[in-house]
Each structure stands twice: as C-alpha cells, then as structure tokens.
Design a protein around this ligand. Structure first.
Ligand code: GAL
Length: 633
C-alpha cells in the first residue's frame, strides 16, 4: 500500500476565487487527501430545510479536478444557531447542572434524541448527494467526539435515557439495588424512574452508580455515531472514519471503532506535552519543541487497534497551536519526524491541520501549512520533503510486535470513579508501562480487553485492568506469553464490588491482596535493589516467588513461570527493572535507548527517531535533533 499525505481545508472560509490555486498548490506539495466540511452546517443549511449544496458541489469538484481525494466530514459537531431555537434542551449540561452555551462548538448532548435525528437527517442528505461522487473517497463522522469535555452531559434527556438503559440492563430494581449495594446509606430505589444522575450529590455517589453512568454515556456516543454510519452506508461504499484525540478516554473508542473502517486521530505533540502528558517541568522544558517521545507513538499503537489495523493521522500539528498553556514553534525537522513516525507505526495517511492559517475567529493563533497571506509556512517544506522521500523509499511493512499491552476504557473510568489517591490515573499507569517498554527499545501493540487470541505475543501486560473477565483470565492463561498484571488488575467485579475470594485470582499465581493504601508523593517505598513504589501500594500475601521487595522486605511483585503480579505503582527505575525481568522470562532482547531516542520495528526495517534537542549517539551512529534513521533489518 502507498502511504499518503493530506491536509484539512475549509473552502467556506475563503473566497471561491482562491480555491483553484489552493487545490493546485496542495497537489504540487505532494498531498493526496483533503478533508473538508466538518464545521460547515450553517453554510449548508442557513435556515431549516433551506439546503445550499451548490458551493460544496463546486468545492469538491475543484479539489477533485486537481487530483485530490476528498474526506467529507459530516457537520454535526457544530449545530447552527437555529438548531438551538428548534431544540432548546439539546445543549449539554455540565456537572453543576448548567447548560453549555452556543458560541463555539460541540454544544450538544449525545442523549438528546431530537438532535440525534437532526444529525441523522443532515448526514442522510449529504450521503445521498455525495455518496457516489467520484472525488469523495472517505467519510468522517462529526469531529472529535468528547472534545472539550463533552461526552458526559447531566441533562434531562440523559436522565431519562439512563433510567431506560438501566431498566434494560438490570430488568428488576431489586437486582440493581443488590448489585450496587444500595442498602449502604439507605440508597435503595423502588423504581428505575427514581434514579437520578450521579452529579450534585452531597458527597461522592455510589461508585457503581457513577461507573454505570460512564458506561451509559459512552454508549450514547456509539449510538450517535452509528446513526450517521448507517445513513452513509446506505449511499456510499467509501470507508468511514472518525478523528479521535490524545488522552481522551471518556467513551469506549473500541466500541465506536467497530462501526467504522478506519480510525484516525489528531496529533498535536507540542500542545499535548503542555496539556496532557502529565510530565514534570524539567521534561516539559527538555521536549518543549519536539513533544513527548512516547505520547504520539502510544496513540498510533492505540488507534491501530481501534481501527482494526487501518488508521490515519487526520490532523497533524504543523507549527504552533493556540490552545495549550504555552504554544512554542516546533524544532525544524519535527513535522517531518512526526510524519515518518506515524508511517513507521503503520499510518495509511497523515494530514496536516490546517491548509491556511485563519485570520479570523478562535484559531487565529494556530499555524497552518500556509500563512494567512498564503505564503508557505515552514510545514510545507517539511511535508514536501516527506513526499519526496516517500517516492524513493520502499513502503513500510507493519509487523506484529513481541509485546501486547491491554488498554481498556472501562478501567480508565473505574480509576477515575475510585482513584484512592491524588494523581492516580489508569491512563498514567498504562502509559508509564508503555514508556518503560520503549525505553527498553521494544515495539508494542496495544490491544483491547476483548482480545482472546494472543498468538505471536511473548509478553502481555494488563496493568490496572480493574475488571478482568474470567474468560480473559483463561485466554491469557492459555497463551505461551508471560503475562503481567497489577496493580489493581481484577480488583473489582463488573458491578464495582470487591470479588470473593479476594483479588486478583490470576491462574498460576498463589497470591491475594489483603490491603491497599495510597501514598503521599513524599512517602515513596524504596525497593531493594533500586526503584520505588510511589502513589499506590498493595499488600500481597501468598506463596508465589517474590521478585521485587521493599527495603523492609514486603513483596511488591510475585511471579511464576507464566505470570507476574506487581502490587505497586512503580517509579521509572522500578518499572525498568520489572520490564527487564519480564523480558528475561519471555526471551525478549532489550536495548536501552539514549534519552529521547525511540525505535520502531516493521517487518523489514527499523526506524529510529531522535526527540531530544541535541544530537544522540545510537548504535548506528549519531542522530541529529529531529533526526530520523531508517535501516533495513
Ligand atoms: C482539533 C480540532 C480542529 C482544530 C484543532 C486545533 O482538536 O479537531 O478542528 O480545532 O484541534 O489544534
């Protein structure tokens, strides 16, 4: 397959006379794809049922005639103002009970059936008009579900929907009361209609209640998306996609991904470093112009799984963005590095956001490939360099990694429902494991909790997977791989109760957790031999062999030939030791990487990326800052 480049374009932002030249310059820059349409509803339907397709017909025609392929976005992330007049109760409601206002974007509640129908209607009309258009080669549903904290809404529509969802799931109110333990604090209900949303309670709500509301809210995103996909599929054979984000875990992306052919995501390495990675100030300073060395790769690997192998970067940062606490310019070469890194992880396409910087409205301070005056911004040259390099180079051949890391959205909600200590997050825990694997020079596949066939993996990690279904335990026990669990893996049943007998009940390990504690940042538990438990610690009892212990002698990790359980949140030094130990057990060779250097293997090649701001010495020579090294295996 030929990997390709693209950009995001807003023809409705520019006078029509500019379109032809823009399209020509895109094609000349080596771009294949152009995504359009995703915020254009007020121009497509300025007043209800007054549909204005002609401008979009012409835009698609101009772009297609220049040889570009169009990704057409449904415009439902930005319902126009008249929609709010029509459905005043469609606005999402925040946890304080306040409706979120019109005047930016994503101002809708996923549970509102009237709006879901409107979104289905505009999608149907669009698919009907463009489903067979030869230039429309892919679809994007909506834009960034969940962005700006919009998955969860405490609206009336959500309350009613949640009650129905619970009635379906539990069938009887007694079953729900029992499953949730509602006898505690006299929280028992007589009827599903009495159950409110878990916000504005005096103190914390029942975690089972909170967790079920998270699951319900995620299901509403899936249903909203599916309504659009159904309409598109009726009229078009082009693949469907959605553009997900970095570290947004409020809905189950694997579930949404089941209904789409391609997963895409929006990669803003410098914005994320300031906003989402959760690193300390020193790390942020060191990587301020390059981005975190693992954050992009983690999402590449995650979305490859969400897209069943087919994934793109739909929006790639081209220069400074506007939305993070600080928005520096990337180091020269980083746009090229980010692009090649995506390809090394198997991306089919990388599209830069956006074509031309907007001189008006919210994103004036967000760079594009062109400046507002249409002169090339630095990203163009780097994109053109990648396009030229792609011409000469063999195609990337993705390969299965030796290590699988399970990522689960439900577990992420469980940790945030019941963190037990400040700063403890599932994403943070899994990402720390991912980083440690990459520091050891390993390529990683991220897989969902629904995976049952682990053929080919030598090491499987399932840290923090709060609810571990029994058949997953059995499937893992059946593999030839070594399996790492803990902390908190299998700690709760599906109703958020502590299982009996005590967790984790991992086949082949004789151990259970008798007590857990969270730790202040200034009270690490040092390990014998280096590293420490920080933040969270479990007391392990049992006869399995202890391979990590605190300096006081308490077991922290216990092992058998086939599985290891680690009962502590380890610092980096501790995790490096644990990963070395696991790789030893599973026969995987490791190669410690210089600071900021990361390696990714494909079937035939190895890619090396230097994220550090200085030259790095690798086993294949010196790599300059932003350097990419590609060599045959
Ligand atoms: C994304 C979004 C784009 C644009 C971009 C700016 O989250 O999908 O529409 O806002 O961020 O970085």
């Amino acid at each position: 397959m030929k990997r390709t480049l693209g950009t995001c374009y807003y023809p409705e932002h520019w006078p029509e006379e500019m379109w032809v030249d823009d399209a020509r310059r895109m094609a000349e820059a080596g771009l294949t794809w152009v995504r359009i349409g995703e915020f254009s509803w007020s121009r497509l339907e300025p007043t209800p049922n007054d549909l204005q397709w002609e401008w979009l017909d012409r835009a698609i025609d101009v772009l297609g005639s220049a040889g570009l392929k169009v990704v057409l976005g449904t415009p439902t992330a930005t319902p126009p103002r008249w929609m709010i007049t029509r459905h005043p109760d469609m606005l999402a409601v925040d946890a304080e009970g306040r409706p979120r206002k019109f005047g930016s974007r994503r101002h809708y509640c996923f549970s509102h059936l009237g709006y879901r129908e409107e979104s289905r209607r505009i999608t149907r009309l669009m698919a009907h008009r463009y489903g067979r258009n030869p230039h429309v080669a892919a679809w994007q549903t909506d834009n960034e579900y969940g962005c700006h904290d919009t998955t969860i809404s405490y609206s009336d529509a959500a309350r009613v929907g949640f009650q129905e969802w619970l009635a379906q799931k539990y069938q009887s109110i007694d079953a729900l009361n029992r499953a949730w333990g509602n006898v505690f604090w006299s929280m028992e209900y007589a009827d599903f209609g009495e159950i409110d949303l878990p916000n504005l309670t005096v103190t914390e709500p029942n975690p089972a209640h909170a967790q079920e509301f998270r699951r319900y809210s995620s299901d509403m995103v899936v249903a909203f998306n599916r309504a659009q996909v159904d309409e598109i599929k009726d009229h078009s054979d082009a693949p469907t996609s959605h553009n997900y984000m970095g570290r947004v875990t409020d809905f189950d992306h694997f579930e949404v991904g089941r209904d789409l052919e391609i997963a895409t995501w929006d990669s803003y390495p410098l914005g994320f470093l300031e906003d989402r990675v959760g690193a300390d100030a020193e790390h942020q300073r060191a990587f301020a112009r390059q981005g975190d060395p693992d954050f992009q790769a983690f999402h590449h690997d995650l979305y490859r799984a969400v897209g069943h192998g087919r994934w793109w970067v739909m929006e790639q940062q081209p220069g400074p963005v506007n939305w993070a606490p600080y928005n520096p310019t990337p180091l020269p070469g980083m746009v090229r590095l980010w692009t090649w890194e995506a390809f090394a992880h198997g991306a089919e396409a990388v599209c830069y956001f956006r074509w031309r910087q907007a001189p008006f409205a919210q994103e004036q301070m967000h760079a594009g490939m062109l400046r507002p005056d249409s002169v090339d911004a630095p990203a163009v040259a780097e994109a053109m360099q990648v396009a030229a390099e792609m011409q000469d180079a063999p195609d990337v051949q993705p390969a299965q990694a030796p290590v699988a890391l399970i990522f689960d959205y439900d577990a992420d909600w469980a940790w945030s429902t019941q963190p037990h200590g400040d700063g403890l997050s599932y994403f943070g825990l899994v990402f720390n494991h991912y980083r440690a694997l990459r520091r050891a020079g390993l390529s990683v596949d991220i897989v969902s909790k629904d995976t049952r066939d682990f053929t080919g993996y030598r090491l499987i990690l399932a840290p923090g997977l709060v609810h571990m279904p029994d058949d997953l335990k059995l499937a893992l026990d059946d593999t030839k791989a070594h399996v790492l669990c803990g902390p908190r893996t299998a700690a709760r049943d599906q109703y958020f109760n502590i299982p009996h007998p005590l967790p984790p009940a991992i086949p082949g390990l004789d151990l259970y957790i008798s007590r857990v504690e969270s730790l202040r940042p200034d009270m690490p538990l040092a390990l014998n031999g280096g590293g420490a438990v920080i933040g969270y610690s479990e007391e392990l009892e049992g006869t399995s062999e202890a391979v990590l212990r605190t300096q006081q002698g308490a077991p922290v990790a216990m092992t058998s030939d086939h599985a290891t359980y680690c009962g502590g949140w380890l610092d980096d030094a501790g995790l490096d030791r644990l990963i070395a130990l696991l790789c030893g057990k599973s026969g995987i060779a490791t190669r410690a990487q210089p600071e900021g250097v990361r390696v990714r293997q494909t079937a035939t090649e190895e890619f090396w990326f230097n994220y550090s701001a200085t030259a790095a010495e690798t086993e294949h020579g010196s790599l300059p800052p932003a350097g990419v090294l590609r060599r045959k295996l």
